[in-house]
Each structure stands twice: as structure tokens, then as C-alpha cells.
Design a protein around this ligand. Sequence first.
Ligand SMILES: *Cc1c(COP(=O)(O)O)cnc(C)c1O
Length: 465
Amino acid sequence: MELRELLIAAAAHAADFREQAAEARVFPETGPEAVRDALGTLPEGPAPAAEVVDELVKAAEPALVANTGPRYFGFVTGGALDAATAADVLTTGWDQNGFNAISSPAAAAVEDVAASWLKELLGLPATASSGFVTGGQAANTVCLAAARHHVLARAGWDVERDGLPGAPRIRVVVNADRHATIDRSLRLLGLGTGAVVPVRTDPQGRTDVGELARVLSDVDGPSIVCLQAGDVNTGSFDDFPAAVEAAHRRGAWVHVDGAVGLWAAASPTLRPITAGVEAADSWSTDGHKWLNVPYDSGYAFCAHPEAHAAATAYTAAYLTGQDGFRAPSAFALESSRRARGFATWAALRQLGRGGLAELVDRCCALARRFAGLLADAGVEIGNEVVLNQVLAAFGDDERTRRVLAAVQRSGVCWMGGTRWHGREYMRISVSSWRTTAGDVDRAAGAVLSAFRRERGAAFPAAGPP
Ligand SMILES: *Cc1c(COP(=O)(O)O)cnc(C)c1O
């Protein structure tokens, strides 16, 4: 088969899968073992490319998750817009090295355009530097590396040259409900999770700013404060104006983990809950969550480009590159890298400013609809539904787990479970451009019928004595 037919065949498989995702089971009945058994033996010789693709499709397809479909509510992740998906297919075909403008002028330029659009949409300073990375984890790591550079440089220590042995101890003052990726970034950066000073939160996971100010006044030496735009469980936002002010008064660097919630800034209706976020020193967010860009896609932004580049660039010639154009890899963790700008540009171009605002608003309205349908039927909603996240409990932890497992098995929709402030919840996250009110009604119907079955099992109809 010619390359042309091969690529068209592969794209057709992808298109079929995406089309069928609207009606197919959301979570497959085939497990990972079956796929491993089908593909696991190392072949001795080569195979024609077309057969390779067929073999892969045949073995993998039964165990794919329909997270590109409209009733996937797991992990705060979206479903990849059509234009972004097609652009990602092109990215693979073009196979550009997004290292700098010499390895690919197009990749460097498109990433630059997409970065400035993102900053504008998210209300971040136009002068902020940006790194296109693999996701929220990598974005947090890049931003905290920049923070590490900055606070140690101010304490007279060159961490890039001298490393951490003998350096002043950095304290990392964080929201007690932070995402686990913050801790992993601290481990990778050699700051250690022992550097964490947790700050108490309210029942929605918002940092107690009075407590933050008290904790900071006890911290001597270099410090970093991590805040959240959109808690992964409740969707709540920290009080940025007060928290950033308290942190900056003590000379701390403020990092905002906005993997999910920074997108609220792109909606004129929701933007007020992100007020003050632009005064932070660094921000991370995800493309593969609410922007509906295919995996993997995340962004690190930094208000201090020189600190960002000092942490991640090869050389000081970071702003212009060797050839006079900004080198995208100077602001990420990789050297040779996927040209991530194409898919992001395509997502933003397909939506436009108004489309992105509408996507964010619609997901939030659908989350409120979901919560309302459940609450009306006697389900306990565990959070204030301020964004696209809903926590639902169905009685004790055991029953919540059973209802969740039944819904996941049903194939109608999929959502995960979470532990929040000591209790088990079903976590519903509405993040896909494909989700409609009808999908929410169907999914809520599946949840409620599982709930009624479990409740019926707990209180069987009285029989003869
Ligand atoms: C999802 C998430 C992350 C991690 O992002 P990945 O893209 O999975 O690496 C970090 N912080 C928050 C708040 C998140 O929701």
C-alpha cells in the first residue's frame, strides 16, 4: 500500500472511532490483558505497514476509552476539537522538530502566535514568557524551576551553577488541597516535599489567606507560594488579590496552578473569579483539559522571562535564539520536541475568542444542570458548583463506591471517584465541547438508576415476617 492510502486508512479509523464515540460504550469491557496478549510477542521479521496498522487497530480498539465522546466526565479532561485533532495529524505527518526556528521556522512561529493568543485570552501579561510542554505536571515543574532560580538568585545563590548543596533552604507555602503534581515537581527539582508548608483551606479547598499571611511571617529566607485556579475536585479559586499581596509583601514568588481553572479567565461571565491572578509570577495550565487539544499539551507562563530561561534554556541567547527568533525549546524541558503549537493554534482558531468563552460557559452551565438533577433526586452535592466540577455522594463511602462502580460498568458515561476532605465522592467534570444537555440528562439518568438500585438494596421492601 502506498503511504497516501496508509495515512488515509489510519485517519479513517480515527474518524470512525470519534464518530462512534457518541453512542459507543464509554468505558470498554475489554481490559489491558487482552491487548497485551494480542500484541505481546516480539516478531522476528518485518511486516508491511498496512498490516501493522490493521493489527494495532484490531487489538487496541476494543480497549479504547471513548473520552473523545460527549459523556466522558473523568479526570477533568476534554475531548479534542476537530480542527485540533486534524492539526495534530498534520503535526505527525510533518514531523517537525520544535527545537527552534532553524529546526522548523513554521513550528517556532506558530507556537509564538498561539502563545500570544493564549496570554491575551487568559488575561496574562503580554510580556510573560511561555513554554509549550506536555501537561500540567511539566508546566508546574518548569514554573517552579523558574521560581527556584529567582528566589535563590535574590538570596545571592546561583542554583544553575552551584546546585542546591549549601543553598539557602527554600520554603514552599502551599494550599493544603494542592494537586499531587506540585509535590512531584518539588521532588524532581530537589526542593523536596519536606520544603512544603501547607496552609489550611476552607471546605471548598480555598486557601485561608489569614493563615497564609501568618505562615509567611514565620518563614525566613527564600519562599514560593503555590495557589490554585480551579481545584481539581471542587473547581474553587483562591482569593488571588489578597493572597498574592500577602505573598509579595514577604518577597515570595507566587505560582498559580491553573490546569483546569485558568480557562475561566477566557469567559467574560466567569472572569471575575480569576480576578488578581495576573499579578502572580508564574502560571501553569493544560491544553488537553478544557481547551480540548489532543494529548499531550500544557503551557507554562512566567512573568519573569529571564528567570524562566535561566532555569530551562541552554544559553543566555534565549530570547532571540541563534537565528534571531525565539527558540521554543528554551522555555520547556525538552530539546528536540513535538511541534505542539500547531494543535493549540488550530483549537484557538476553530473556537475564536467567542467560541472559547461559550465552551467554558456551556460546560459550567451543564455542570450546574448535572448537580441540579442529582440534588433533586436526593443525592448529596459536596461542593459549591462554581466551575465545571461536581462532587456527589450517595450515602456512606461504601455506597458511593458501589454507585460509582455501577455507573462505570453501565457504559453510558464515565466519571472517576475521589477522596475529598475525608469522604468518598463521585467526581463529575464537564470539559468536552461535545457534551450537550441531552448527554447530561442521559448520564444523570444512569447515575440515578444506579443510586435507586443501591438504595433499594439497602432498604429491601418489607416481606412476610
Ligand atoms: C490535571 C491537573 C494537573 C496535572 O496536569 P497533567 O496534564 O495531568 O499533567 C495539575 N494541577 C491540577 C489542578 C490539575 O487539575
